[in-house]
Write a protein that binds this ligand. Sequence first.
Ligand SMILES: Nc1ncnc2c1ncn2[C@@H]1O[C@H](COP(=O)(O)OP(=O)(O)OP(=O)(O)O)[C@@H](O)[C@H]1O
Ligand SMILES: [Mg+2]
Length: 362
Amino acid sequence: MVEVRLENVTHIYDKRVKAVDNLNIKFMDEKLTALLGPSGCGKTTTLRIIAGLIRPTKGRVFFDDKDVTDLPAEKRNLSMVFQFPVVYTTMKIYDNLAFPLRLKKLSKEEIEKKVKEIAEFLGLKQYLEIKPIGVPADLKQKVALGRALIKETGLLLLDEPLTNIDPKARIELREKILDVKRRLKQTIIYVTHDQAEALTLADFIGIMKDGKIIQLGTPEEIYERPSNTFVAWFVGNPGMNLLDADLVETAHGYFLDISGLRLPIPEDMGKFIRSRISETKLIFGIRPEHVNLYTKKVEGGIPGKCVTVEDMGALFIETVRVGEVELKVKTTEWIGEGQPIWIKFPSEKVRIFDKSGKLIYG
Ligand SMILES: Nc1ncnc2c1ncn2[C@@H]1O[C@H](COP(=O)(O)OP(=O)(O)OP(=O)(O)O)[C@@H](O)[C@H]1O
Ligand SMILES: [Mg+2]
C-alpha cells in the first residue's frame, strides 16, 4: 500500500565504510521486491534505512510522495522481520502476537479475533499458550512474522527471514510468505543472499553489489537478460558460462573466436555486435542449461569431451572441454568422464557482453 523510493541514498559507517553508494530505486506498491546480493553488499543497511533505524549519510527516502527521511521508525507504519527472530521469551506466544495490538489500544475481543486469525494462518494455534523459550528457530520466526503481519501495515520489511531456519521448515515458511504476498496488499521488501528464494518469491529483484543496485527487473528479465556479467554469473546455479572471445569478420561472414574455437554466427548478429562495440574483444555468455549436448556426432556440433560430472539429483552438471575452452552444461543424462561429446550453442540463447561486462546483444 505504499511505494518506497530512495533518492541518491548513500550511507557511510564510521566515516569510512561506504555501505550504500548513491542508491536510486523504487519499490513498487503491493509488490514483493527482493534485494539480492553477496554478503556485505549493503542489503541490511538499505533495509534499515527504509525502516528508519539508520539515517542515511546522504539522500532522501520517500513513502509515496512523502519525504520520510527524518521520520522516526515508529512513525513509519511498517513492520520488520529480522534474520534472527526477535520474540519476547517472557511472554506467551499469544501475548507476543497481541503485543502490537495492545499498543494500538484495540479492544480485547478484537485482539483475540486477530490473534486467532494469524495463529490459524501461520499454524501457531497449538502453541499460543507456551512461551517461546527453547523452541525451534522456525517457530520463533513464525511468531516474529505473525507479530509483523498482525500490525497490518502497508509495508513489510524482511531481512533474510529464512537464513537461520533448517531446510525443511524453510520450504514451509517460504510458502507462507508467498501466501502473505497473495493475500495481503502489502508492499514487501525481502532481503536475501539466496537466489532461489528471490527467484521464487519476488515480483522484482534488485541485484546489489558494493552498495549499488546493478540491475532491477523481474526474475525472468534478471535471468534471461542479465545487464552485465556480474548478474549473469551471480544468478544461476551454476552461473552463466562467460568466455573471452573475439569477433572476426571474413568474406564468408562473421564468427567468434573463443580461444581458438571458431563459432560461426548469423550475419545480422555479427553486424549488430560490430555496431555496438568499437573493438573486437568481447565476452561470450551462455547458461549451462542452454548448451545443447550430444553424445553422437551431429551436423554443426563442436567436438569435445566430458571432464567431470556432478550429480545434482534430478540433473547433472557436466564440465566439458572443447578445444581450449571449458564450460558447464546441465543435462538430464549422465555422461561419464572422458566420453566424447558434441555441443551446439542455440544463437537465441547466446548473450554477448562488451569487455567492461555490459550486455550488448541478446
Ligand atoms: N554497524 C556497522 N558499523 C560499521 N560497518 C558496518 C556496520 N554494519 C555494516 N557495516 C559494513 O557495511 C557493509 C554493508 O553491510 P550490510 O550489513 O548492509 O551488508 P549485507 O548485504 O546485509 O550483508 P550480509 O549478507 O552479510 O547480511 C559491510 O562492509 C559491513 O561490514
Ligand atoms: Mg544483511
